[in-house]
Design a protein around this ligand. Structure first.
Ligand code: MG
Length: 399
């Protein structure tokens, strides 16, 4: 029996975000597993959960029993399903799958069914800019590289909410102006359809900025321009409104990057209220629960586009992609190319070519972790006080 002999956790920042990596060492010389536990906004809390709570439970445990380990660790705190503990659990869970693949001499995608596609369509960032022209120029560059799916948006330096709309004494913040934002989205779509025609697939991440009725009104105005999907149209706290959304628009809905537990996605999927699930796999506890979620989605014709921006290690990205490769209902994968430092820290990181991303065929996840290189890029913590968004009257809102 191969057992866990040590659990180590690391925080490194070779790119723009602190990444949390968990390493399980085993009784088999040279055999170890790697998992992603990245909750970049609370990296130290996750590291503490791994080091102080999960490590003592893992030492001496049989590496073969992944499901039993997942269930025990999930229930071990009694209060469960929060982002810190779920990410810590993901680090251990994904490391166990990495070990299982290495012991079998197979990539994880072969262990769990085998590829149903060779590469995974990329949902890229980068369809954004300060002006409509800049958005269009960015899309043009990516079209030339073979990409055809874009999430678009405007990030203007000009304040979208003039001071004249604010009350005296309004606090600092990222002021949003729903009326102007909605107009801007509609005008941007009109511009892009006039420039590129009907061919590129265009989506928007709404980031829960509107009230439910404002959001539905925006959908009605955008239908003319055939969006591929709208993402996070509503706050997770308001998902019951998706009934009204479905009754009022045919635009496909993508949802779920903030979800932590099955109660949040179950009704949306079984009620056929969304088209794409956008869950961040480490956020729900790793590869083990994500496999079950992908299968649930398949039964209800919901497709997966796992959440994968820069606040995810290449190990976590590979875990998502191994699942993509075996899931017939995977639509695409959010992915951005890595900088050189990230490739140095994570040898074997997934790579893109044209509009697709690929993992390698080494056993496990196929991604290693260079501890010496990681130490050159220490974590910097999370400090973003300007992130608080506010409505024109100064009310704080979550976006
Ligand atoms: Mg999003």
């Amino acid at each position: 029996m191969v057992t866990v002999t040590d659990v180590k956790s690391f925080i490194t920042r070779p790119g723009r975000s602190d990444l949390v990596v968990v390493k399980l060492e085993t009784s088999e010389p040279g055999l170890y597993g790697l998992g992603c536990a990245t909750f970049t906004q609370r990296a130290l809390a996750v590291k503490t959960a791994v080091d102080e709570y999960l490590r003592p439970m893992m030492i001496g445990r049989n590496v073969a029993k992944i499901e039993d380990t997942w269930q025990q660790l999930m229930g071990s705190s009694y209060w469960r399903n929060g982002p810190v503990l779920n990410n810590a659990l993901s680090g251990v869970d994904e490391a166990l799958w990495d070990i299982k693949g290495k012991m079998a001499g197979m990539p994880v995608y072969d262990l769990v069914g085998g590829k149903c596609r060779e590469g995974i369509l990329i949902l890229p960032g980068g369809g954004r800019g300060k002006t409509f022209e800049e958005v269009g120029d960015n899309i043009e560059k990516k079209l030339a590289k073979g990409m055809n799916f874009f999430r678009v948006g405007i990030h203007s330096d000009e304040p979208i909410c003039p001071d004249s709309l604010k009350p005296v004494g309004a606090p600092a913040g990222n002021y949003i102006n729903p009326k102007k934002s909605a107009d801007q989205y509609v005008e941007l779509f009109k511009y892009l359809r006039e420039r590129f025609g009907d061919e590129p697939e265009l989506a928007i991440d709404i980031h829960e900025r509107f009230t439910p009725t404002e959001a539905i009104a925006l959908c009605k105005r955008l239908e003319l321009y055939r969006p591929y999907f709208l993402e996070d149209l509503l706050q997770p706290e308001n998902v019951d409104w998706f009934d009204n959304v479905r009754q009022n628009t045919w635009i496909p809905m993508a949802m779920g990057e903030l979800f932590n537990n099955p109660l949040e996605w179950k009704q949306l999927i079984t009620g056929r209220k969304i088209d794409f699930i956008r869950v961040h796999i480490s956020q729900i506890g790793g590869f083990t629960p994500a496999r079950k979620l992908a299968a649930l989605c398949e039964a209800f014709a919901v497709q997966t586009i796992w959440h994968g921006p820069g606040d995810l290690s290449p190990i976590g990205a590979a875990a998502q992609m191994h699942l993509d490769l075996v899931s017939p209902n995977c639509a695409m994968q959010e992915f951005s190319d890595y900088n050189d430092a990230t490739k140095e820290v994570f040898p074997g990181a997934p790579e893109s070519k044209g509009g697709y991303v690929y993992v390698n065929d080494k056993p496990g996840w196929g991604v290693d972790f260079n501890e010496e290189a990681a130490a050159k890029y220490p974590g910097q913590g999370y400090n973003n006080p300007g992130f608080m968004s506010r409505r024109p009257d100064g009310t704080a809102v979550r976006t």
